[in-house]
Design a protein around this ligand. Structure first.
Ligand SMILES: Nc1nc2c(c(=O)[nH]1)N[C@H]1C(S)=C(S)[C@@H](COP(=O)(O)OP(=O)(O)OC[C@H]3O[C@@H](n4cnc5c(N)ncnc54)[C@H](O)[C@@H]3O)O[C@H]1N2
Ligand code: MOO
Length: 397
């Protein structure tokens, strides 16, 4: 058995990022950038007004004055601009280009206008209310680094800088195999000894919530069924996620069958609770994560292990779940041998402290507390209890 930290450290040593491809920007949301992107223009692209008002020279704006309004410039006007003369100003709208010798823009609320005469009542600071060309960034400067996952805001900033195509990893192909003779899809009538499926919905909707699509297959507990399904999945997918059948029971076929199909084991069994009998193996560039069947173990498998593998496949700079610190609100029993991953409620107090409220029903066959849980707290292996008030790491569920 290896520690959770050791398991997470092994993924980057074995999983290789998928090949890259050019993608139109709009299709790149949620993908990881695999080459830096450079702005194709200064931002702002040209010096422009920040307000609806009047544009004048710095000399005229240095003292109260009355000026003649000679021109009007709107956002989107592309014609030649007439330079300002002393004693003159121009009407200007937000986002419009300023004339070449513009000094300031004054908001229309701060002046009085009679006919074509504009009166400035008080002196203005040079440069006021103009968004200067390149003040945010310069053409060719980097606005996206290799390894960043593209968010809507990042995508918008790339678009504003003239980037319409980016280099990203293609989306990983994922297959989910839910094993167990007892497991039936929700809605199916059950016989004694059968249960409704939790792992299939958990895996598929977790993947969808992270931006991935996957195909799901149910497999019965025979060597032949497991072999046929695993073989097909390993042929088709970059990542195969199975649930169940990885412990020591008579019908736990996932590992022996995978290895008979050429999968090489990297590890089996991680000192984590829940989810101890987790399996990680590879056949060439294909990865198999065999998650233990208890739904609580699947939750940890997805949040920590699948997350890390997907991030590496996509070339993310910081693979794996992001952890933050919080204060444990109540004492929690320790486990001498395994790191515990507890589902908790996160409260941010008025003084800004992240308080973690442990929830009942943490056993690995239980999921009902997820109706109230926001985070997974990582409680390192220790025999003594985790004291109320101690600082622990947590990640979002
Ligand atoms: N002698 C030992 N027995 C077990 C050990 C051990 O170390 N020695 N480990 C236990 C632990 S810890 C876990 S976790 C489980 C994992 O076993 P498997 O991966 O083989 O999972 P299954 O036996 O197939 O299922 C476990 C449990 O989960 C239920 N299950 C399975 N699939 C679903 C599903 N899709 N939806 C809802 N529930 C599901 C299944 O009915 C079982 O109750 O092994 C322990 N045993
Ligand atoms: O590892 Mo199991 O998920 O503890 O019950």
């Amino acid at each position: 058995m290896i520690s959770l930290a050791e398991a997470l450290a092994l993924y980057p040593l074995h999983v290789r990022p998928l090949r890259t491809q050019a993608a139109p920007l709009q299709a790149a949301l949620g993908h990881v950038l695999r080459a830096p992107t450079q702005a194709r223009c200064d931002l702002p692209r040209f010096s422009q007004s920040a307000l609806d008002g009047y544009v004048l020279t710095n000399e005229d704006a240095a003292a109260p004055c009355t000026l003649t309004i000679t021109d009007s410039i709107a956002a989107g006007d592309t014609g030649e601009l007439r330079p300002l003369q002393n004693g003159e100003c121009q009407r200007i709208l937000t986002g419009a280009r300023v004339p070449p010798n513009a000094g300031v823009v004054v908001a229309q609320e701060r002046v009085s206008v009679v006919g074509d005469q504009m009166t400035l009542k008080e002196a203005m600071k040079p440069g006021a209310n103009i968004r200067w060309q390149g003040e945010e960034l310069r053409e060719h400067s980097t606005i996206g680094k290799t390894g960043q996952r593209i968010t809507p805001g990042h995508l918008a900033s790339l678009s504003a800088a003239g980037i319409d195509q980016v280099t990203v990893t293609r989306m990983p192909r994922i297959r989910v195999l839910v094993s167990g003779d007892e497991v039936k899809p929700a809605g199916t009538p059950l016989l004694d000894g059968q249960i409704w499926d939790a792992n299939g919905p958990l895996a598929l909707t977790w993947l969808r919530s992270q931006g991935y699509e996957a195909e799901l297959r149910y497999i019965g507990d025979t060597r032949e069924a497991v072999s046929e399904a695993l073989s097909a999945a390993l042929d088709e997918a970059d990542l195969v996620i199975s649930t169940g059948g990885v412990s020591v029971g008579d019908k736990d076929y996932i590992i022996p069958v995978a290895e008979s199909l050429g999968v090489e084991r990297v590890f089996w069994q991680v000192a984590q609770k829940p989810g101890k009998p987790l399996y990680f193996g590879q056949r060439g560039d294909r990865t198999l994560l065999g998650l233990p069947g208890n739904p609580g173990a699947v939750l940890i498998g997805l949040t920590l292990h699948v997350r890390a593998v997907l991030d590496i496949l996509e070339g993310a700079a910081k693979p794996g779940a992001a952890f933050f610190s919080g204060v444990l609100a109540q004492e929690v029993k320790g486990d001498a041998k395994r790191d515990c991953l507890h589902r908790m409620r996160l409260d941010i107090s008025d003084d800004g402290r992240a308080q973690l409220q442990p929830l009942p029903h943490q056993d690995s066959h239980m999921l009902s507390n997820l109706a109230n849980a926001d985070v997974l707290a990582h409680l390192p292996a220790q025999s003594q209890p985790h004291a109320a008030g101690s600082i622990v790491k947590w990640t979002r569920l």
